[in-house]
Ligand binder design. Structure first.
Ligand SMILES: [Zn+2]
Length: 266
C-alpha cells in the first residue's frame, strides 16, 4: 500500500523536496526559514514543522537550534516510505479535539475512586519532574484515567491508541531530542491540576476547556522550544548566495509579517 500522501505533512515534505531541487540548494546550504516555507507553500507552520521533522528523520536535512535547517544530502534521494508516523503537531491537534470532548464527558461520570487514582498519577508526575526523570508515565496515566472515567471503552481505546503512537513515533522522539529545556513540564502539571479540579467539581464545560487549554499549551510550547530559525535570519526569501547582500538591505525592505510561535494554521 502506498503510504505517501495519506498525511498532509507528507505532501508538504514532498513539496519541500521539490522546492529544494528547483531552488538549487546544495549540501550544507541553509534552507528557507520555516515561516518563508509556510508562506511559499501557503500552509500553516505546524504542518511545515511536521514536514521538516520528517525530512530530518529521513536524514535529508539537519535542524540546528537557533540557526536554521541545513541540507545534508543529495536532493534526488527517494522519500523514506518507512516514515509513516503521525506528525507530532497533527497528533496534538487530534488529541485536542478528542481529549477535550472526553474530559467534558468524564465530568458527568467520574467517580471518587477515579479522582483518587488521577491524584496519584499527578503525584507520580510531580515526583518524576523533581527527580529530573525523563519519564512521562504519570502524564500518560492521568490522560488515560480521564478516558476511563467516561466508562466508554471506545473512547479509552482511541485515547490509548494516540498515546501508543506518540510513544512509538520516530518523529516525536526527533522533536524531543531537540528540546533541552525542562521547565515547561511544571506548567503542564499545573494544567493537569486545573483539569482535575474541574473534574472534581463535575463541571463539564470547565473540564473540556481545561483540557483544550492544556493541549494547546503543549502544542505552543513544543512549537516554541523546537523553533530552529535564527531570528536574525528570518525574513529573507532567497538566503543562499544572497545572504550577505540581504543582510545589508534596509530593514524596511523586509516583509513585515510578525513571527508566529503559536503554531496555528490560520
Ligand atoms: Zn498532559
Amino acid at each position: 500500500m502506498n503510504t505517501v500522501s495519506q498525511r498532509r505533512y507528507q505532501d508538504v515534505a514532498a513539496e519541500l523536496r521539490e522546492l529544494i531541487r528547483t531552488e538549487g540548494f546544495q549540501t550544507g546550504d541553509r534552507l528557507l526559514t520555516e515561516r518563508q516555507i509556510a508562506l511559499r507553500l501557503d500552509v500553516g507552520r505546524s504542518l511545515v514543522r511536521d514536514a521538516i521533522i520528517m525530512l530530518e528523520v529521513e536524514g535529508l536535512v539537519q535542524v540546528r537550534q537557533g540557526s536554521g535547517v541545513y541540507l545534508l544530502g543529495a536532493t534526488q534521494r527517494q522519500p523514506d516510505l518507512t516514515v509513516d508516523d503521525i506528525g507530532p503537531f497533527e497528533l496534538l491537534e487530534a488529541r485536542m479535539v478528542l481529549e477535550s470532548a472526553v474530559a467534558g464527558l468524564a465530568a458527568a461520570t467520574v467517580t471518587k475512586a477515579d479522582i483518587i487514582a488521577m491524584r496519584e498519577a499527578l503525584d507520580e508526575e510531580r515526583r518524576c519532574i523533581s527527580a529530573g526523570d525523563n519519564d512521562y508515565q504519570g502524564d500518560r496515566r492521568f490522560h488515560l484515567l480521564i478516558a476511563e472515567a467516561t466508562q466508554n471503552g471506545v473512547l479509552v481505546k482511541l485515547v490509548a491508541d494516540l498515546w501508543d503512537r506518540r510513544d512509538k513515533s520516530r518523529m516525536w522522539a526527533q522533536l524531543h531530542s531537540r528540546i533541552f529545556d525542562d521547565t515547561y513540564r511544571n506548567c503542564w502539571l499545573d494544567d493537569h491540576r486545573a483539569i482535575l479540579d474541574a473534574l472534581r467539581a463535575r463541571d463539564s464545560q470547565r473540564s473540556q476547556q481545561a483540557m483544550r487549554h492544556h493541549l494547546s499549551n503543549v502544542s505552543a510550547t513544543l512549537m516554541q522550544l523546537s523553533d530552529a530559525d535564527d531570528p536574525a535570519f528570518d525574513g529573507f526569501l532567497f538566503p543562499t548566495a544572497r545572504t550577505s547582500q540581504a543582510f545589508q538591505s534596509p530593514a524596511a525592505d523586509r516583509p513585515s509579517l510578525g513571527r508566529n510561535t503559536k503554531g496555528d494554521r490560520s
